[in-house]
Design a protein around this ligand. Structure first.
Ligand code: ADP
Length: 424
């Protein structure tokens, strides 16, 4: 073996070792690079990529031993889906023997025993009940999340394409990570949150009721008692809102929430939600108004779960009031785009805005911008995540533009009644 080849193999070994310490799917990039170098070495030493040599290389070289010991599955196959090599993790993951597969062409068949069926779904993700491409467009490596039903499992796969030399065509290296345990852990965590939130909701609701009656009765008794009671009521209501948000989030995670959709005229709906936020705006000294609309938009309808979409729009308006500046403004506008079969509701404020670098994360769970806590320390960062989920369940989209210190425009769009959902 030439010194360069040895250096390459050692380097690829180091890359693989390093890959074990960094998170997937990033980890697969050095792994794939390492495997690519290994196969490059096989070509350079004059051996064509026959399945025997690839399998031998994977089995016998020091690098091969590393691949063999990986917990992630590694499969190498040709462009005609002939399996060239696989490591022990693949055998374990799919309860199969490599001798039954190496050298054989894999067909996209579905009538197979359980483990083999899973393996086929990994090689041909279109056969899996759910396959979501994580990597962008045609970029390599292709990272895909695959969920299977029977048995219920979740995998993350990364596919690299290696171009051979001379008469050796291209071949593929697929790295498979079993994420089922992670998924199960997430599910049990969300079940725990769900139970805890349910348990908290009842006592918190009665606490809020009791505090409300104390607030009513304490007026005229003593200013300090009535102030303390008001503060306690505010905190209790806030806690109740967080508990309700957590329940909504855990429903989103489980995908089990049922929506009751009804045909609703949009303009009166928006007007009513704006009206409901009026007292909050007054309390904060913010002018809130609904932009006038042309009469022909008054009767435009959409299919919606009125309570949920109302909560979503209400959240955008509450945020615009909450994250505003002294004597600020919030204007709500409603537009209809018949050519797109959709309507758009925009909530524009003159508030603190969102710092540019934090814009991409703002719709994520528990995400709060760094300037938010100066204004409001009690936020949970769940509101916008829930808003996005509710709007997307209606076939719509959400978005926003913002300038730090100047203000924001948050919007949601929704298909008109009878229209097909928008493509996101
Ligand atoms: P919360 O308000 O409870 O923190 P949200 O999910 O509703 O949670 O909002 C997430 C974050 O987005 C807020 O903490 C804030 O940083 C930012 N944000 C939302 N709306 C606005 C707005 N109108 N102006 C400025 N920042 C906003």
């Amino acid at each position: 073996m030439k010194p360069l080849s040895i250096a390459l193999v050692v380097l690829s070994g180091i890359l693989i070792a390093a890959s074990l310490a960094i998170p997937f799917p990033l980890a697969v990039i050095p792994s794939v690079a390492g495997l690519g170098i290994l196969v490059f070495f096989i070509f350079k030493t004059g051996k064509s990529l026959q399945m025997k040599s690839a399998e031998l290389a994977v089995k016998t070289s020091g690098f091969g031993a590393l691949v063999e010991s990986l917990n992630d599955g590694v499969v190498i196959y040709g462009s005609d889906f002939t399996v060239l090599a696989m490591n022990a993790a693949v055998e374990k993951m799919f309860s199969m023997k490599r001798s039954d597969w190496v050298g054989k062409k894999v067909e996209p068949k579905t009538s197979l025993p359980e483990g083999q069926k899973l393996f086929i779904q990994i090689l041909f993700p279109s056969l899996a009940p759910s396959a979501t491409q994580i990597s962008e467009g045609d970029a390599w490596p292709k990272v895909v999340e695959i969920t299977t039903e029977n048995p219920p499992k979740k995998f993350m796969t990364s596919l690299a394409r290696v171009l051979g030399e001379g008469d050796v065509g291209e071949y593929f290296i697929k790295i498979i990570k079993d994420k089922t345990e992670e998924k199960e852990m997430q599910e049990s965590k969300s079940e725990f949150v769900d139970i805890a939130a349910h348990q908290l909701r009842t006592p918190l609701t009665s606490l809020s009721w009791s505090l409300e009656s104390i607030v009513k009765e304490s007026s005229g008794v003593s200013e300090s008692i009535s102030k303390t009671a008001e503060e306690a009521l505010r905190v209790s209501n806030r806690a109740l809102k967080i508990v309700n948000d957590l329940l909504e989030v855990s429903k989103i995670g489980g995908g089990g929430e049922s929506y009751s959709m009804e045909r609703t005229a949009l303009a009166p709906f928006v007007r009513q939600i704006v009206g409901a936020a009026d007292s909050f705006a007054k309390e904060r000294g913010i002018s809130l108004f609904f932009q006038p609309i042309p009469p022909e938009w008054e009767g435009v309808e959409a299919m919606m779960d009125v309570e949920r979409l109302g909560a979503a729009l209400g959240n955008l308006i509450d945020n615009a009031i909450k994250y505003n500046t002294k004597n600020g403004e919030v204007s709500v506008s409603f537009e209809v785009f018949p050519e797109k079969n959709s309507a758009k509701i925009t909530v524009k404020d003159t508030g603190i805005g969102v710092p540019e670098k934090e814009v991409p994360k703002i719709f994520e769970k528990f995400s709060r911008a760094s300037n938010a806590s100066v204004i409001d320390t009690t936020g949970s960062g769940l509101g916008l995540y829930i808003v996005r989920n509710i709007v997307e369940r209606h076939g719509g989209r959400v978005g926003f533009e913002s300038k730090e210190g100047r203000g924001s425009s948050f919007w949601l769009s929704i298909p008109l009644a009878g229209a097909a959902p928008e493509t996101v």
